[in-house]
Design a protein around this ligand. Structure first.
Ligand SMILES: *Cc1c(COP(=O)(O)O)cnc(C)c1O
Length: 381
């Protein structure tokens, strides 16, 4: 077998994959309209439902060719009836992306904004629902990947249902990592892309949602052709295929990723991500780094780290030093504060993190950054 260098990706996806997932893409050429491929798609769609404990009599999964943002686009442009509104519960960059999508399509929406380092105030969410009976879709992000904060989706979903709304959650950075149960979590629609929790390749994305609601959306305003949920669902129902050419090799990798997911198991996989997350915190604490989000509010998959106040600190240089040695770290996504991110996604374990911190410490020493790293008063918690 070919020997492929193993890189440790600590960026928020695409994540480190196993060799078996990489090699699953090397297959004889096949026309995706063949029954053999249709059967694979069926297996994939059912497997995805199982990950979030969705009953296949109520929920369906619809695949698309594209990155995860496509799912946000599809859900919002396809599931809003005429003269109705979207409520976006927004405490971060990914919910802001949903707001931008509403703006681009001209969808009536309310952008209910909360501070990036706080969970949404449920009383305000409820008041907004009460005062705006024309809200049809309630939308939020499970793990705000920009900061790593965990949103209370079960509670938001319960409120959405109390006011007869459909609840859509961006679970791209939790699905197949932090356990999700669509029924218990009050989720009508959730989503992810193959490059994150299932540890496969970029280019395939999927939405898991209530079939009844998709059927109802058949006559809603059509705002996109390629990215319409009902059209893609209907084509799957009639033919078992994607409407247009699927990312064939990426589908094979995703199926291998699913096999490895079920082999590892929901609980064991979440424990592994938690080990990695704890190892990240331990390493950061030893070097004196501080978090942006309070530890008890973190999802357990992304750590946003504050830049130290050292005149020699230069993120680019530290990044490059680590990158050359096989470790990828990632800039933050907060406009008001300088941060970088270390993520616990992918096929990695705590030893990878221990080895990463050896390299990070070397990098800090190489660039004469004082250890433990220092912070000015206003940054200390
Ligand atoms: C990764 C991610 C996405 C998808 O982003 P792309 O740039 O389209 O891959 C969407 N939502 C969340 C929360 C994510 O973490």
């Amino acid at each position: 077998m070919i020997n492929i260098k193993r890189n440790i990706l600590l960026n928020p996806g695409p994540a480190t994959t196993t060799d078996s997932v990489k090699f699953a893409q090397l297959i004889p050429d096949i026309c995706p309209r063949e029954k053999e491929f249709v059967d694979l798609m069926k297996e994939l769609r059912l497997g995805l439902l199982k990950i979030v404990h969705a009953d296949h009599k109520k929920y369906t999964s619809v695949l698309f060719c594209g990155s995860g943002t496509l799912n946000i686009d599809v859900c919002l442009n396809s599931l809003l009836p005429e003269n109705k509104k979207v409520l976006v519960i927004n405490n971060g960059a990914y919910s802001s992306r949903a707001v931008e999508i509403c703006e681009y399509y001209g969808l009536p929406h309310i952008n209910l904004q909360f501070p990036l380092n706080e969970i949404p105030d449920l009383k305000l969410v409820e008041d907004t629902l009460k005062n705006n009976p024309d809200i049809e879709l309630v939308y939020t992000t499970h793990n705000e990947t920009g900061t790593g904060i965990l949103n209370p989706i079960r509670e938001i979903g319960a409120l959405a249902h109390q006011y007869r709304c459909t609840f859509i959650v961006d679970t791209t950075s939790t699905l197949a990592m932090r356990p999700i149960d669509v029924e218990k979590d009050n989720i009508d629609f959730c989503m992810a892309s193959a490059q994150k929790g299932i540890q496969a390749m970029a280019g395939l994305s999927f939405i898991i949602g209530k079939e009844e609601i998709i059927k109802q959306s058949r006559n809603y305003p059509k705002r996109s052709y390629y990215c319409n949920l009902y059209l893609q669902y209907d084509y799957f129902e009639k033919t078992g295929q994607m409407h247009f050419t699927p990312p064939v090799q990426t589908v094979y990798a995703a199926i291998q990723g699913l096999k490895e997911y079920f082999k590892e198991g929901e609980v064991a996989k979440w424990q592994r991500h938690t080990r990695v997350f704890n190892a990240i915190h331990k390493g950061l604490e030893e070097l004196g780094f501080k978090d942006y989000i309070k530890r008890e509010l973190q999802t357990g998959l992304v750590v946003s780290v504050l830049y130290p106040d050292d005149k020699n600190w230069n993120f680019e240089k530290i990044h490059d030093y680590c990158y050359e040695r096989g470790y990828t770290i990632y800039p933050g996504k907060i406009s008001s504060t300088n941060t970088f991110r270390l993520c616990a996604l992918g096929a990695i374990d705590e030893d990878d993190i221990k080895n990463f911190f050896i390299v990070l410490k070397e990098a800090l020493n190489t660039y004469n950054i004082t250890i433990p790293v220092c912070y000015n008063k206003e940054n200390s918690k």
